[in-house]
Design a protein around this ligand. Structure first.
Ligand code: SAH
Length: 231
């Protein structure tokens, strides 16, 4: 059966994702409800479960893909987590990660101290994502919850490593060794691995200690590739 979620409000989009069990965790539902997709994309109707172009070689992923990432990470994220969002595009997931840190702080009854570092190589999208996040919640920048940097995400962002969570929103042709190196002990990296234009595997890497990392293949996915930026 082939069917698609098409709704008219962010609230309904999340409700439908819950009904088909793409979202099971209540905290994930809460942060996606609070992060209005219309602030991050250019679609006439943003409340549809499909990816959409936001520029050359860039899309906002489909809501079920964002839900997949957040569901996977939610139990690992804490009030003080350091998160790296590679290929952050429009900034939607970056904002969701910041909200997850704050939701966890609320649950733990502590002040949030975690941070989301987003790395994007297209300067226009860096600007687009900053504007989007400011229109969503300017406090994320004022309070230092989010920092967006322009650069090659394949190299990670060594200045603030190690990270508890690393999410890569574009496909790596092979194992992302430099990013694995920047993963904290007990940290987790999700990355689509495989050639561009093909179906890739969403792979999960968990750092067990300073030398051992486990690898698990989660799902078949299709992402744009990590590339060199061409103006
Ligand atoms: N994380 C976004 C996905 C954006 S699409 C979301 O969830 O909606 C993939 C993004 O990766 C694009 O914005 C593209 O510009 C960016 N990208 C591609 N190669 C990159 C690289 N080497 N370094 C950083 N970003 C890169």
């Amino acid at each position: 059966m082939h069917w698609q979620i098409v709704t008219e409000t962010n609230e309904d989009l999340i409700k439908q994702l819950q009904e088909c069990q793409a979202i099971e965790n209540e905290t994930v539902a809460k942060v996606m409800r609070q992060t209005d997709r219309k602030l991050y994309c250019r679609l006439a109707n943003p409340y549809v479960d499909q990816p959409d172009s936001i520029g050359d070689y860039a899309t906002i992923s489909a809501p079920h893909m964002h839900a997949f990432a957040l569901e996977n990470f939610v139990d690992l994220i804490k009030a003080d987590s350091k998160i790296l969002d590679v290929g952050s595009g429009c900034g939607y997931l970056t904002a969701c990660f910041a909200r997850l840190i704050e939701a966890k702080a609320q649950e733990e009854n502590v002040t949030p101290s975690g941070r989301v570092y987003a790395i994007e190589n297209n300067p226009e999208l860096v600007k687009f994502s900053i504007e989007n996040i400011i229109s969503d919640n300017p406090k994320f920048f004022k309070e230092g919850r989010i920092k967006i940097v322009q650069g090659d995400g394949r190299k990670g962002f060594i200045g603030s490593a190690p990270y508890d969570i690393i999410y890569v929103g574009a496909a790596s042709p092979d194992i992302p060794t430099e990013l694995i190196r920047q993963l904290n002990i007990d940290g987790r990296l999700l990355c689509p691995v495989g050639e561009k234009g093909n179906i890739q595997k969403m792979e999960q890497y968990d750092r067990l200690n300073y030398k051992d990392v486990s690898r698990k293949i989660l799902a078949d996915v299709m992402f744009l590739p990590l590339t060199d930026f061409k103006a």
